[in-house]
Design a protein around this ligand. Structure first.
Ligand code: ZN
Length: 80
């Protein structure tokens, strides 16, 4: 059996390749209704508005999530 090679590339070549690994920040725009940073051309997950109008489907979803949060906090307050 031959020995394990200690390196195939120089440190320089390895690090030059790694210089492209960094993640780029996503393009976010402030919501026109609540100002939260959201992805462009999407309904705001915070307030459910798109192009200045409320979107019924998303509003229902937000209500459900908030109800669940309330229920959770109630059970926590009871100490169970
Ligand atoms: Zn919003």
């Amino acid at each position: 059996m031959g020995g394990t090679p200690t390196r195939h590339h120089t440190h320089s070549r390895r690090n030059k390749g790694r210089s492209h690994f960094a993640l780029k920040q996503k393009n976010l725009t402030p919501c026109s209704n609540c100002g939260a940073l959201i992805k462009p051309n999407t309904t705001c997950p915070n307030c459910g508005f798109y192009k200045g109008k409320p979107q019924a489907k998303i509003l229902k979803k937000i209500e459900r999530v908030e109800q669940r949060k309330k229920e959770k906090s109630k059970t926590r307050a009871q100490g169970k």
